[in-house]
Design a protein around this ligand. Sequence first.
Ligand code: SF4
Length: 129
Amino acid sequence: MSTEITCIVCPKSCIIRADAAGNIVETGDCPKGKQYAAEEIRDPRRVFTSTVWVDWGMVARVPVRTSKPIKKGDWKKAAQAIARLRAEAPIRFKQILVNDFLEEGIDLVATRPIEGRPSGPCRPKRVSK
Ligand code: SF4
């Protein structure tokens, strides 16, 4: 049985076919597609996005993403870890909220700034797990 993989490296969306053993039998229009398909078969990864609770912010949650793609098999673990997090406003755009999130060298970063509430406490920023 063969597997079809749609290359998402560029908008052309070439179809790449692999056999049951994971060998690529039909490539897309450029070498990037073959490399993408090989990684997709061997170790599928995606950038993980979610939101984290914010204390003392003008909004209740801050959108976050991993700084690099993580294993698709780790998504549940990532969602559970993020559900336990609380960040404290103010938060800067691209501020690292967690270093080495699930894997060494992959951080969890904020994707928008969050202003602190004027009535919030004057405390140093921290992230609790
Ligand atoms: S194989 Fe190359 S041309 Fe085709 S979608 Fe992938 S990157 Fe684009």
